[in-house]
Design a protein around this ligand. Sequence first.
Ligand SMILES: [Ca+2]
Length: 51
Amino acid sequence: MQVIGDTLIEADEAFEVRLTAVQNASPTALTGIAVILNDDNAAIIFANGFE
Ligand SMILES: [Ca+2]
C-alpha cells in the first residue's frame, strides 16, 4: 500500500480490512486493523525569557 506523506500534524488513524469468501485456504474470512501513526511533530519555539 502506498502512503503519501505530508507534514501536517494529525491524529493517528485506523482502518479495517476484511477478506471474505476466501477459497482454497483457511480461515475463509479474516479481519485486520491497520493504524497510521502520526509521525509529524509540533515545532517548539522558545521566546526570549521562556524555556
Ligand atoms: Ca501528517
